[in-house]
Every structure is written in structure tokens, then in C-alpha cells.
Ligand binder design. Structure first.
Ligand code: GLN
Length: 200
């Protein structure tokens, strides 16, 4: 059976656990290095990437998680989680670390400081997705192996890249865990299921 971990050092952990469990998948919070070994996928929640970065190092999960994700463990990050997966972070703190699993450049708090939170429609894989953004990053550069899955469909930020995938790594600048729409989590669960079946 598939086991998905949700990194539970900081951020909206419960919402991701609930979203995954609503799809009938076993999902557990992950705080310790030993809890990483048995996972078939990891979700990195929204929250605050500078804090999450510090806690990942302090709790000793940074290195083991980085190793597993670079080895192909399916990973999904929302908002701060997208920042944690990226290879390059703009407007980050100088001591902030990221996992470097996704060949993209992200800009923190990119939609402007005054725009704390907003909702916008995103064209996601050719479908409309109503998305919630909270002090969100956007993607400014994508590497050759990165697929752009979603862009803001209208308004001042029209065209901005807000969902990407590179093989087993998925990231959104928005928070599908905060709404009832489970399409992003379903996509991630499918990715994890496929990865597990090819490895067994
Ligand atoms: N601004 C936060 C950061 O830089 C992300 C916000 C969020 O996850 N909602 O980490």
C-alpha cells in the first residue's frame, strides 16, 4: 500500500493530510529522519520557507530527504513547499536552503508585498482551476526538463507560471489543500503510485 508523508515541521500539514486521506491514501506526518525511509512520496506544505528550511536542518531531515528526493522519491510542494523544492530561490534569506529537486528559479512573495492573499483562476493542464495564493512565489525560469503545468489565466499576473512538474516532482505556487478541489493531490498520488509500481 502507498504511504505518503507530509513534512510536519511547520505549515499547513493537517490540510494536506486530510486532502490525501480523502483520496483513500495512507498519509502520515514526518518529523524525524527515520520516518523518511518507508515513504512512497512526500508532500512539503505551505508555510514559511525560511522557518521550514531552518527546522529541516535542525531536525536532521534536510540531508536524508534531499538524498531520497534526488533519488526519485515523488515529491509535491505547495507554496513554501515549491520554494523548498526549487534549485534557485530569489528574495530568500541568505542562509535559506532548498532541496534542489526542481530545476526552476522561484521568486518569494512575488505577487507583491501588499498582496497578502488572493484568489485567481489558473489554467492547469488545460483545465480551469480556482486557486488560493498566500504570499506566493512564482516561477521565473524553468529548466529544459521542467514541464509548465499551470499559469495564471487573467488579471495583472496573467501568464505567470504557478504549477510545474519535473519527472517525479510536482509544485504549485498556490494551495489546493485549502480548497475542496482534489485534482492536484490526485495527480500527485497517481505519480507516486506509478513510481512505486515501476520500482517493485
Ligand atoms: N511567503 C512564504 C515563503 O516564502 C510562502 C507562503 C506560503 O506558503 N503560503 O515561504
Amino acid at each position: 500500500e502507498l504511504l505518503i508523508g507530509v513534512l510536519a515541521l511547520q505549515g499547513d500539514v493537517r490540510e494536506h493530510l486530510a486532502a490525501l486521506r480523502s483520496l483513500g491514501v495512507a498519509a502520515e506526518p514526518v518529523r524525524r529522519p527515520s520516518e523518511i525511509d518507508d515513504l512512497d512520496g512526500i508532500v512539503i506544505p505551505g508555510g514559511e520557507s525560511t522557518t521550514m528550511s531552518k527546522l529541516m536542518v535542525d531536525f536532521g531531515v534536510y540531508e536524508p530527504l534531499r538524498k531520497r528526493v534526488l533519488d526519485g522519491l515523488p515529491a509535491y510542494g505547495s507554496c513554501a513547499g515549491m520554494i523548498m523544492l526549487a534549485s534557485e530561490v530569489l528574495d530568500g534569506r541568505p542562509d535559506q536552503v532548498s532541496l534542489g529537486a526542481l530545476d526552476v528559479t522561484v521568486r518569494r512573495n512575488a505577487f507583491g508585498r501588499q498582496v497578502d492573499s488572493f484568489e485567481a483562476d489558473v489554467a492547469l493542464n488545460g483545465e480551469d482551476f480556482h486557486a488560493v495564493f498566500i504570499r506566493a512565489p512564482w516561477v521565473e525560469r524553468v529548466g529544459d526538463d521542467v514541464e509548465v503545468l499551470g499559469r495564471v489565466s487573467a488579471g495583472p499576473s496573467e501568464g505567470r507560471i504557478v504549477a510545474v512538474r519535473q519527472r517525479n516532482v510536482l509544485a504549485t505556487a498556490f494551495h489546493p489543500e485549502l480548497t475542496g478541489d482534489r485534482r492536484v493531490h490526485r495527480l500527485f498520488v497517481d505519480m507516486a503510485r506509478r513510481a512505486k509500481s515501476t520500482e517493485d
